[in-house]
Design a protein around this ligand. Sequence first.
Ligand code: ZN
Length: 240
Amino acid sequence: MLSPRGCLTQCKSFQLAGWQRHIRDRAGIFIRFIKASFRSKHMKILAFADIHTSATAIKNIKDKAIAHDVDYIVCVGDFTIFGSGLLGMLKKFNEFEKLCLIVHGNHEEERKLRTACSQFRNLRYIHATTYRDGNCVFIGWGGGGFSFFDKAFEAHSTHLVRQVKPGDTVVFVTHQPPYNTKVDQIMGQPVGNKSFRKFIDKEKPALVLCGHLHENFNKEDMVGPTRIINPGKTGTLIDL
Ligand SMILES: [Zn+2]
């Protein structure tokens, strides 16, 4: 028979065991939650290019984003006309009430767009940086449009790829298309960027979103495992 002291000790042991079990269970739930957060997850993107302040395009994109409940909207640049209407357009993007990832085209200035985007809670300017959601990594590089090479990109891309971990799904967001694909042809001649193409051949991102050439709106190509899309001004839905 237990003494009152012994009984108290047993009760405390029982309580302690209960708490240990409780903590273990809670820790298990937390670990499962963390693992789920980093696991490959289904993602829906609505990308668009070169809308150049078109009110019709904005309305179509907003309607599509709502109808398909997308996770992200991606703008690959040239949404203004030589920078005119920048703040007004960003205000409209912000009103989509979806996170909108943006790079500049040759119509927007990098510094102005970076500063302007920081004023809106739903906008993320991703030029020269990465944006991660779970195991999906967006790599952004805007501007340019008329050169075969981009030395600044070549130098900086080594820093960007350091953010990528094994098993990540990489989405490369540019304005100019990569060289020698179905999205960079003008009158049968490739006019895309060779620095981007070299990067794609080496790093093999899952997806490339680009614009710039209106002639190639809504065209797409495959380079090895990489899907390359000019989403056009009507916007293209992509499941990742
Ligand atoms: Zn352009």
